[in-house]
Design a protein around this ligand. Structure first.
Ligand code: NAP
Length: 305
């Protein structure tokens, strides 16, 4: 029996693991894919207090090593459910394993949203990508487009503009969610064209993959065809907490409903990071949630004795 099982090895989950172990409790982190979560794909983090520049990969690897070196156990299995048994919790995984703990922290983050267009799925790896850092190099000297208006889209467009022939940034409004400083920096790049108030309506392909997209201007009503080799979709994330609906309250979008106390509604089950309802989803707030949830879990366990 572990003291705390943490579901998810992103920034929130690994921060929770560090704080759990440092609070004198044992921690098991269960992760469905790779450690690091969303930040692993960010080329350059510039807004984490105390660190002027670091790649997402280096940041995530530092967190992972720190949690492991402190004694957290990290196992790569997808969690499929949680149930209560007496005063402890049983966490089930897709491998048919069951792990027991006195407390659980759900830190499952969120996953990339898709456009939902015909052929989008088939074109992944053939021109459509959700990760500029992973796939950008395949499009060196080619024309590409980025869709979205948040920090991810603007940073991806700036990153791609460094080695692609041309980058279109397509956004459905004329105001960006991204930090103004990042948008201004992007505006200065000569090979970036802003396509605003516009949505992608169609993906066109040949036998090799994506060849062009059709983009509708919401103001003029006109549709334009952009010949591109690559489309980077950066339209935000959505959570996947459906496996926890029996123990955690979810809002209409599937986020775990929790305030700053990170309580889910079930005693001993806490949440942290981007998978919960919150207004600011940043590295700093994910790390902060991890710390708060871990200390709340430690207090909860002490009260069981
Ligand atoms: P985001 O901030 O949620 O932005 C998503 C963007 O996609 C929005 O501009 C949204 O448009 C647009 N969008 C959503 N659904 C769409 C659809 N179906 N079709 C077309 N456009 C759509 O997502 P994000 O950029 O991935 O960022 C997620 C969080 O991570 C944010 O809090 C962000 O600040 C943070 N982040 C931080 C850093 C950093 O600090 N270095 C880097 C990356 C991300 P509307 O604006 O019209 O809603």
């Amino acid at each position: 029996m572990k003291d705390v099982i943490i579901i998810g090895a992103g920034t929130a989950g690994l921060s929770a693991a560090i704080y759990t172990v440092r609070a004198g409790k044992s921690a098991l982190v269960l992760e469905a894919a790779a450690y690091g979560g969303q930040i692993i794909n960010t080329p350059d983090i510039e807004n984490y207090p105390g660190i002027a520049h670091i790649s997402g990969f280096d940041f995530a690897t530092g967190l992972y090593n720190q949690a492991k070196d402190l004694g957290a156990e990290i196992v790569f299995e997808r969690v499929t459910g949680i149930r209560e048994e007496g005063d402890h919790k049983v966490v089930e995984t897709g491998n048919g394993q069951q792990y027991e703990a006195k407390a659980v922290i759900i830190a499952t983050g969120a996953k990339n949203r898709t456009l939902g267009l015909p052929m989008e799925k088939e074109l992944v790896g053939k021109g459509v990508s959700y990760c500029a850092t992973c796939d950008g190099m395949f499009f060196r000297n080619k024309v590409v487009a980025v869709n979205g208006g948040g920090n991810t889209a603007v940073e991806d467009a700036a990153f791609l503009a460094n080695y692609c022939a041309k980058v279109y940034i397509i956004h459905r409004r004329d105001q960006f969610r991204a930090d103004e400083a990042e948008v201004e920096r992007l505006r200065k790049k000569e090979n970036v064209e802003f396509v605003l108030n516009s949505t992608i309506t169609k993906l066109n392909r040949d036998t090799n993959g994506l060849t062009s997209i059709e983009v509708a201007d919401k103001i003029s009503g006109e549709t334009r065809t952009l010949e591109i080799a690559g489309l980077f979709v950066a339209i935000g994330q959505a959570p996947d907490n459906s496996a926890f609906a029996n123990v955690a309250n979810l809002d209409e979008k599937g986020y775990v409903t929790a305030g700053e106390d990170l309580l889910t509604g079930t005693p001993g089950i806490f949440t942290a990071g981007d998978c919960r309802t919150k207004s600011v989803r940043q590295l700093t707030t994910a790390a902060s949630d991890g710390a708060v949830a871990a200390l709340a879990a430690a207090t909860y366990i002490d009260a069981l004795k």
